[in-house]
Design a protein around this ligand. Structure first.
Ligand SMILES: Cc1cc2nc3c(=O)[nH]c(=O)nc-3n(C[C@H](O)[C@H](O)[C@H](O)COP(=O)(O)OP(=O)(O)OC[C@H]3O[C@@H](n4cnc5c(N)ncnc54)[C@H](O)[C@@H]3O)c2cc1C
Length: 396
């Protein structure tokens, strides 16, 4: 059964957001994929912000029709957007990942200056953790953040790579080590850096196999200085802030994977029923049945895990209480997206690998990043196993 965990209000919201994206995103998908048109991306972000949909995660700020907005609805938005265009969806997922720590940990003036425009869709945010020598092992980061007692500023030196919205964002949340003499869990700090800060530069953007239209690049921080009030939370509390965002981010990624998987599946089932081969419908062949059946149960498993985790979060569970469930949702949904993208190409034959016959080849290219971003599949497996075997410390 589809949408098992969703209420009637949730389903009505899905219908509402689907209609909204059909009007705002669908007509711009080609420009985003073919021309990598950032203005098209920004136009949809603006429309989402103006309609209040960027505030779904923040019940205290939300003013829309839902009685209890939350992660369930942000995940529905993610799923529906990724169904149409995963590259676009990464821009809103990153905006929410940036908005989340600003909402929870920024000083009031910083919150007002940066969070409000992101949620209104007039500004874009970015989160900077990954570095050349540090990806999955984020505790080992080399960026340094020190406090200058004389000017009462935070001074940041470092280099970040694979940063979504790099060069396009209005604000960057940057993590770095502020006390190298203690464990990173206690010596990491996070600060908000406005885009126009001297010393902040963007050496290059990456050319990816998929996700055309979203911008991901490098960020250099060369003696960057920001005022004391740009600190998020407490000095040395950056690792906790980073971990706090992971559960929510992984559930959103569950929605992304689900949307991509569904998009592929609809193409495969449509083709299998329409295409004739050896005198009958392609879908009549049992080897095709196998592919369709495998896609179907994997999508349902991904959906159940994703919305279970979203509902748990909305019921107040987070931190360790949600770690296993959020990791399961992310792992299964993103691997399912790849499985479905691959099998859809196979069901389509030559049409699956040509640009002239629809979106299967685009979905195949787009899906590949999903098990890498936001905690790789391997890291998700560690998190799941760690919860299942509390007596064993993961040997990473
Ligand atoms: C499109 C895109 C957008 C991104 N956006 C952002 C962003 O906005 N902000 C940001 O900070 N980062 C971002 N990232 C970075 C992303 O989070 C990292 O790529 C990811 O965490 C993996 O890090 P890595 O690439 O350094 O790979 P590595 O950590 O070097 O891992 C390489 C491989 O080894 C595996 N591996 C690593 N350690 C172990 C282990 N102990 N046991 C078993 N296997 C292991 C990994 O699972 C992976 O398969 C983005 C990446 C991409 C591709």
């Amino acid at each position: 059964m589809h949408d098992f965990f969703l209420t009637d209000a949730d389903r009505a919201f899905r219908a509402e957001i689907r209609a909204f994206l059909a009007a705002e995103l669908a007509p711009r998908c080609e420009a985003i994929e073919r021309d990598e048109d950032w203005e098209a991306v920004k136009a949809v972000v603006r429309a989402l912000g103006a309609a209040g949909y960027m505030k779904l995660m923040f019940a205290d700020l939300y003013r829309g029709g839902l009685e209890k907005p939350g992660l369930t609805h942000a995940t529905i938005l993610s799923e529906e957007a990724a169904y149409l265009n995963y590259a676009f969806e990464t821009t809103i997922a990153t905006a929410l990942s940036c908005a989340y720590p600003l909402h929870a940990h920024a000083r009031p003036a910083i919150r007002e200056r940066f969070l409000t425009p992101i949620l209104e869709g007039t500004a874009v945010g970015s989160i900077c953790m990954t570095e050349p020598n540090v990806g999955s092992d984020s505790a080992g980061m080399e960026t340094r953040i020190r406090f200058d007692e004389t000017t009462r500023e935070w001074v940041i030196d470092g280099f970040k790579r694979y940063i979504s919205n790099a060069s396009k964002a209005d604000v960057y949340i940057v993590w770095g080590i502020s006390d190298p003499d203690v464990a990173p869990q206690k010596g990491m700090t996070a600060v908000a850096v406005p885009a126009d800060t001297p010393g902040l530069s963007f050496p290059r953007s990456y050319d990816f196999m998929g996700r055309r239209g979203c911008v991901v690049g490098e960020v250099t921080l060369d003696g960057v200085r920001v005022p004391e009030e740009n600190l998020l939370g407490e000095a040395g509390g950056g690792f906790r802030i980073m971990l706090g965002a992971f559960n929510f981010e992984r559930v959103i990624l569950g929605g992304s994977g689900l949307g991509v998987a569904r998009s592929a599946f609809d193409i495969a089932t449509g083709h299998a029923q329409a295409r004739r081969s050896f005198g009958e419908a392609l879908g009549q062949k049992q080897l095709i049945w196998d592919m369709i059946a495998q896609m179907s149960w994997r999508i349902d498993a991904a959906e159940l895990l994703t919305y279970r985790a979203a509902k748990m979060y909305d019921a107040g569970l987070d931190g360790k209480a949600l770690m296993r469930e959020a990791a399961q949702a992310k792992l299964v949904a993103t691997e399912t997206a790849n499985f479905c993208a691959d099998r859809t190409v196979q069901v389509l034959g030559g049409d699956g690998v040509t640009r002239q016959y629809g979106r299967a080849e685009q979905i195949y290219r787009d899906a590949r990043a999903l098990p890498i971003v936001g905690g790789t599949s391997e890291m998700c497996k560690y998190l799941i196993a760690a919860r299942e075997m509390p007596a064993i410390k993961p040997n990473l």
